[in-house]
Design a protein. Structure first.
Lengths: 115, 113
C-alpha cells in the first residue's frame, strides 16, 4: 500500500534558522512521483516541487532544497535561513504512475517561524 | 491564465439546502479533482474527472454529486449535508492523469449548520 509519513507534526524555529522537514514514503511501484506543497492559512495548496522516481538529483531553489534518497525512501525538504513568511503547513505527497489521478498526502508539518 | 478558480470562497448552508461549488480552469488541463480537507488534516481525494468523464469516486456519499459540464468546469452539487461535512473543499487540475503537476484552487470553506 502507498503511504506517506511526516513524523514531525509541528516545528517552531526562530527566523534565520535552517529547518528540515522529513518525509518518508512507501510504495511498491517502481514509477512514482513525489511532491511538496505549502499551505498557508489562506488555504491554497502551493506547489513547490515534483520529483519522479528515476531522478535522484537533489534540487535547490533559492532558500529551498530537497534531498531525495530512494535507498531510505525519503524526500526531505530544507529551508535555509527561514523567514516568517515560511510559516505554513507543508505536505509531502506521493502519486503513482501510471494509475495517476490520486495524490496521497502525509499528515503535514506545521512550521512556525518566529521573528 | 495559470489559476484554478473556486467559487464561492465561503459557504454556510443548512442541512436541507441544496448548493453547488464551482471550479474553473483555463489551462487546457484535462483532469480535474475534488479534494476534501478537514481542519488539521491532509486533503483527501473525493473524485477525479479525466477528459470530462468520472474516473475515480472514492466511495463518496451520494449527497455529494460531481459534474463536469466541459473541460474547463467542474461542479460539486451538495444536498442534505451533515455538520460533519463542514470542511475546506479543494479543486485541482492537471494536464492529464500522468501527474505531471497539480494546480490547486484556494478552496471553498463550507460550514453546514
Amino acid at each position: 500500500a502507498q503511504k506517506v509519513t511526516q513524523a514531525q507534526t509541528e516545528i517552531s524555529v526562530v527566523e534565520k534558522e535552517d529547518v528540515t522537514l522529513d518525509c518518508v514514503y512507501e510504495t511498491r511501484d517502481t514509477t512514482y512521483y513525489l511532491f511538496w506543497y505549502k499551505q498557508p492559512p489562506s488555504g491554497e495548496l502551493v506547489f513547490l516541487i515534483r520529483r519522479n522516481s528515476f531522478d535522484e538529483q537533489n534540487e535547490i531553489s533559492g532558500r529551498y532544497s530537497w534531498n531525495f534518497q530512494k535507498s531510505t525512501s525519503s524526500f526531505n525538504f530544507t529551508i535555509t535561513a527561514s523567514q516568517v513568511v515560511d510559516s505554513a503547513v507543508y505536505f509531502c505527497a506521493l502519486s503513482e504512475a501510471p494509475r495517476g489521478g490520486k495524490l496521497i498526502f502525509g499528515q503535514g508539518t506545521e512550521l512556525s517561524v518566529k521573528p | 491564465d495559470t489559476e484554478v478558480t473556486q467559487t464561492p470562497k465561503h459557504l454556510v448552508m443548512g442541512m436541507t439546502n441544496k448548493k453547488s461549488l464551482k471550479c474553473e480552469q483555463h489551462m487546457g488541463h484535462r483532469a480535474m479533482y475534488w479534494y476534501k480537507q478537514k481542519a488539521k488534516k491532509p486533503p483527501e481525494l473525493m473524485f477525479v474527472y479525466s477528459y470530462e468523464k468520472l474516473s475515480i469516486n472514492e466511495s463518496v456519499p451520494s449527497r455529494f454529486s460531481p459534474e463536469c459540464p466541459n473541460s474547463s468546469l467542474l461542479n460539486l452539487h451538495l444536498h442534505a449535508l451533515q455538520p460533519e461535512d463542514s470542511a475546506l473543499y479543494l479543486c485541482a487540475s492537471s494536464q492529464g492523469r500522468d501527474t505531471y503537476g497539480y494546480t490547486f484552487g484556494s478552496g471553498t470553506r463550507l460550514t453546514v449548520v
